[in-house]
Design a protein around this ligand. Structure first.
Ligand SMILES: Nc1ncnc2c1ncn2[C@@H]1O[C@H](COP(=O)(O)OP(=O)(O)OP(=O)(O)O)[C@@H](O)[C@H]1O
Ligand SMILES: [Mg+2]
Length: 205
């Protein structure tokens, strides 16, 4: 870090924003194969949280690659940088008092681990667990067919690995469950953990 770059301590901080919102902020990190249901589920959970009066925002793979990560490809190095940048972006959202839901394949365990390290208790990993066969049969974007025809290089599950989470907070069988049941499983977990509830005397971190 350049020694001329000095952190400016703001007067309004995260704890104050959380207090104003009436809930804590966090990251709900959806991971899984293409077609596993990350985007569908993240947006459906967002809708439920929105109706509960929780401030939310979804960061979705393709959309972020149009802007923030528009300069990155799909090599291992580029995927790493993609997730690193998104991790830093989610940290800003958390500081802003928002519950941010992310929908990225994020295939590498070490990258997700990095983000977990960056965010600590604010990070909830949600594994959308759907078999490759089911994802291929859905082929929502027609990408599996193109990858198998050799038209797309480094495609997760076909020509690039997906490393399953070993200790995700929530594992959802998105290959078999309905969308409604999947949403309910996430919401139940959060309710059970009283995740968004602020302690009586909210800390002003
Ligand atoms: N339980 C479920 N949860 C989420 N999606 C489901 C579920 N059951 C079926 N689906 C269907 O699976 C498909 C998932 O597509 P979606 O675009 O959400 O996948 P994705 O993981 O975001 O893929 P990508 O990484 O390519 O963006 C949708 O057509 C959705 O309707
Ligand atoms: Mg998606």
């Amino acid at each position: 870090m350049n020694r001329n770059v000095v952190w400016h301590k703001p007067q309004v901080n995260r704890g104050m924003r959380e207090k104003m919102n009436g809930h804590r902020s966090a990251v709900l990190w959806f991971t899984g194969l293409s077609g596993a249901g990350k985007s569908t589920l993240a947006h459906a959970v967002e809708e439920r949280l929105y109706k509960m009066g929780i401030r939310t925002y979804v960061l979705d793979g393709d959309n972020v690659r149009h802007g923030l990560c528009g300069d990155l490809g799909f090599s291992d190095v580029a995927r790493r940088e993609n997730i690193r940048r998104i991790g830093e972006a989610t940290k800003l959202f958390v500081d802003a008092g928002v519950v941010v839901l992310t929908a990225f394949i994020s295939p590498f365990r070490s990258d997700r681990q990095q983000v977990r390290k960056l965010l600590g208790d604010d990070f909830i990993e949600i594994y959308c667990n759907s078999s490759l066969e089911v994802c291929e049969s859905r082929d929502v974007k027609g990408l599996y067919e193109r990858a198998k025809a050799g038209e797309i290089r480094d495609f997760t599950g076909i020509s690039s690995p997906y490393e399953e989470p070993v200790a995700a907070e929530i594992v959802i069988d998105t290959g078999n469950l309905s969308l409604e049941d999947s949403v309910q499983q996430v919401v139940n977990y959060l309710a059970q953990q009283q995740f968004f509830t602020l302690p009586d005397s909210s800390p002003t971190k």
